[in-house]
Design a protein around this ligand. Structure first.
Ligand code: TYD
Ligand code: MG
Length: 443
């Protein structure tokens, strides 16, 4: 418990005195002294109460957020990078983290001073990457070092506006044990770096490796320390997805989509159709197309289902991109309301391109793909759907149905099976309110 003593402060200028004064010796104001309790903690730090401000009087500072000039990155960050914020970005080795951060550094360095700290690669290797990406890098300083104390000193002297650490697992402080990448080292180095950049109002990006299980190697506590946690993931061979799993300054629904090309990551400006497969003939059984939302964006996806007689005593659901519980629930609804048996089947679920979908609008296309696979009847060509299923077999409306329909229309679909009322379009709309009626439309 802290020890208390009384001190006097001028309410005009904040000047401190041990005794009450009629006139402030600092600013000359009369009768401005007021008494305040000051306590000391066991470490000797002085603690005093501070005045809180009414929320209504707090002014939002202009330009607190600035653009990275890469739209997909800005979107995932919640509208740009917050000054003084810390961002952790995780991904498998070779996914393109260093490439992405070098591109971000290049883009930000047009208006802000950037330091890129690399503990993994030599200046030469970074230069080769930069040349490949056509980055001249006038505003980017490269610091190839992993010694934490040296890095902190360099940051304090050079006062950059953005610091990039590639990667946190290489940092090593003299104060936190001998093994780089250990829990102690990670905690110590990250928390002190976050503090150091806050003091100079800079932002910081930490690159982190992920383990085989797909989580950031190291303690969860690093994720708790930073403001934003992003994962860089791959989908169809070249496609890279940047998603946010934590963001103090924005929604975590948005994803950024890129394609890894010969000369770096290119933003996918119109990603709606990138996950669809082009086929000369009609759809094979077990495939249905759905219109889903990723953040604020409509993305059309191809759901693929394979149902085979169960190999074990009980049936299994093998599904990486859709929650197996959702698959199980939709299959149960089809058993009850579609007259099909799934309990003796193993169900394999895939989404073309490997994109993960959590949105409720996937229920209906998932049900149609399950139905098609189980009956071995292919869906008619050009059909797309979106809708949430209730346990009673009803189809519920989903948000932004009009935008979904519009995107499907732009991508050349012919028939949209929808639960809600949609304005007239050139695309034919079938409004259905139960799964039974939906099935009758597709074959
Ligand atoms: P890198 O950014 O080094 O990945 P990470 O830091 O996540 O380990 O990217 C590695 C891969 O990206 C490598 O296999 C080569 C490929 N790549 C391209 O395809 N195009 C490019 O322009 C660059 C720089 C890399
Ligand atoms: Mg790297």
């Amino acid at each position: 418990m802290a020890k208390e003593k009384i001190q006097f402060f001028c309410t005009n200028c904040g000047h401190e005195e041990r005794k009450w004064q009629g006139k402030c010796p600092n600013c000359g104001e009369w009768n401005s002294f007021s008494e305040q309790k000051v306590s000391k903690t066991s470490k000797g730090t002085e603690v005093k109460s501070v005045t809180s401000l009414p929320l209504s009087e707090i002014q939002i500072e202009e330009s607190y957020r600035y653009t990275t000039n890469i739209k997909e990155v800005d979107q995932v960050l919640g509208g740009g990078l917050m000054k003084g914020s810390s961002v952790l970005i995780g991904g498998e080795p070779g996914i393109g983290k260093s490439t992405l951060l070098l591109q971000i550094a290049d883009s930000i360095s047009k208006n802000h001073k950037v330091i890129y700290v690399s503990g993994e690669e030599s200046a030469n290797q970074i230069k080769i990457r930069a040349t490949r990406l056509n980055i001249k890098g006038e505003g980017i300083s490269i610091l190839c070092n992993s010694h934490f104390e040296t890095i902190i000193e360099s940051i304090k002297t050079q006062k950059p506006e953005l610091v990039i650490i590639d990667s946190i697992q290489t940092l090593q402080s003299d104060e936190a044990g001998n093994i780089p990448g250990s829990v102690n080292q990670l905690k110590y180095c990250c928390s002190h770096l976050i503090q150091a950049v806050k003091e100079i109002e800079a932002s910081i990006f930490f690159i982190a490796h992920v383990t085989k299980e797909g989580v950031i190697a190291g303690p969860k506590v690093v994720e708790h320390m930073v403001d934003t946690v992003l994962y860089f993931d791959h989908s169809a061979s070249q496609i890279r997805i940047l998603r946010s799993v934590k963001n103090r300054f924005g929604s975590i629904d948005e994803v950024g989509l890129f394609s890894m090309e010969e000369r770096g990551l290119i933003e996918l400006k119109d990603p709606s159709g990138v996950f669809l497969t082009k086929r000369e003939s009609g759809l094979p059984p077990g495939i249905a197309i759905g219109a889903t939302l990723e953040g604020t964006r409509v993305i059309l996806i191809e759901i693929q289902i394979l149902t085979v007689p169960a190999k074990g005593v009980s049936s299994r659901i093998i599904s990486d991109n859709v929650d197996p519980n959702r698959v199980s629930r939709v299959a149960a609804i089809l058993e009850k309301h579609g007259g099909l048996k799934f309990s003796d089947r193993d169900i394999y679920v895939n989404i073309a391109g490997g994109i993960k979908v959590k949105e409720t609008g996937i229920d209906l296309p998932l049900a149609l793909a399950l139905y098609s696979s189980r009956t071995d009847l292919p869906l008619k060509d050009g059909i797309i759907s979106s809708g949430e299923l209730s346990l009673a077999g009803e189809i519920r409306n989903v948000p932004h149905i009009e935008r979904r329909v519009k995107t499907a229309e732009d991508m050349g679909f012919k028939l949209f099976i929808s639960p809600g009322n949609v304005k007239k379009t050139s695309l034919e709309i079938r409004e259905v309110d139960t799964i039974k009626k939906a099935i009758s439309q597709i074959l």
